[in-house]
Ligand binder design. Structure first.
Ligand SMILES: [Cu+2]
Length: 147
């Protein structure tokens, strides 16, 4: 014969509520900080024909301010990738607050900079469209923006 189920005592119920509340708080904190860890100041990207080192001056980026994005790009041969056309689109994860598009200029061989202005604090996705030799490559990174 299985033992009849014991009713939870009030103290156990309180403990259960406490544990559940703690778990929910932990989950929210992990969710908030995961966005931050996913968006370090400098990110490295290998793509089909080369490598990109992508940094943002004065990181985290500042909301409604001009933030300089610098991309150092090398080709498969390790030499600077020159003459590429670079555009970046910023959009916010899971929000409809608007995209920001800007173009980067090559300031020295393989070294491209441009200015991006995030509209709100939080985690943004930056999508780079790189065009070289008639081919188009898309590279993404996350970034944090703060006031
Ligand atoms: Cu937003």
């Amino acid at each position: 014969m299985p033992e009849p189920r014991k009713k939870l005592q009030p103290a156990s119920k309180r403990m259960l509520v406490f544990v559940l509340a703690a778990l929910i708080i932990a989950a929210v904190l992990i969710w908030i900080f995961a966005g931050r860890e996913a968006a370090p100041p400098v990110t490295e990207h290998d793509f089909e024909i080369g490598h990109i080192e992508w940094s943002i001056d004065g990181y985290p980026a500042k909301v409604l301010k001009e933030n300089t994005f610098t991309l150092d790009i090398t080709g498969a041969d390790g030499k600077p990738l020159t003459g590429a056309g670079l555009d970046v689109k910023l959009d916010m994860l899971a929000m409809l607050c608007g995209d920001v598009d800007f173009r980067l200029a090559e300031i020295s061989p393989g070294n491209y900079t441009g200015v991006g202005i995030p509209l709100m604090p939080g985690t943004w996705k930056a999508t780079l469209t790189l065009e070289t030799n008639g081919q188009i490559y898309k590279i993404e990174r996350l970034l944090q923006a703060v006031y």
